[in-house]
Design a protein around this ligand. Sequence first.
Ligand SMILES: [Zn+2]
Length: 228
Amino acid sequence: MKPGDILSYLEMCQEEGASLQRGMNFRLRPGHSVVLMSLRAGSPYDDSMLESGRVLIYEGHDISKSPKGPDPKSVDQPLENTNGRPTENGKFWAAAKSREMGGTAERVRVYEKIKAGIWAYNGTFDLVSANLKASNGRRVVRFRMELSAEDGPAPIQQLALKHERMIPSRVKQDVWKRDEGKCVICGDQKNLHFDHEIPFAKGGSSLVAENVRLLCAKHNLAKSDKIE
Ligand SMILES: [Zn+2]
C-alpha cells in the first residue's frame, strides 16, 4: 500500500485486520495506530493539512452521543473516561507527550474519506505533538502529525515519499468526480490510485486537479516503470 491508493471500506478493514468503527484507533496493530479523517465540507471535525500535505492537524474525538447526554460539541473533548481510563484522545495524548520529551514517535496510518465507502490512504505519519485549544467555549485536543520518513521498507517508496505530497482533499474529490471513479486509461474500478500526471519531483503540482488523475494499479505501475 502506498500513499494515494484508493480503497473500499472493506479493503481498508482488511488492510488493518480490524473492523474500523471509529476515527481514532491507538496501536491498532503492533507498531502503528490508525486514524480516519474527513476533510469534506460538513465533516464533524476540524482537521487540516499544512505545508502541502506534509503536516496534518488532527482534532481529537468528542464524547459519544447519548440520548440524555449533552450535545457532544458543547463539552470538552475527554482525555479520560468516567472510570479514569484514558480515552483514545488520552492514549494519543500520552504518546504525543512522550514524543515531545524525546521519545519515539507513534506511527499513525492515515485514511481519508473520499465519499461514502471510498477511502484514500494518505500515508504513515509521525505523531509529534499535542495541545489543548479553546474552541467555541470548550476544549478541543489537537494533534500534530508529520509525514513519516519511513513509510515502508522499499527504497522506491522512500524516493516517492520525498517528492510526493499528500493531495489536498478538494483535489481528490474533484478528480474522483471528474474521472468517475475509474482508471482514465482502461476504465477499471479496482485498485485505483491518485496519480500525479507530471510527478511532483519533476515540478508537477498536486494542488490542482488538472495534474492529478485516477489510474488502476496496472497503469500506475506501467507509468512508474517509464519514469524510473
Ligand atoms: Zn487502467
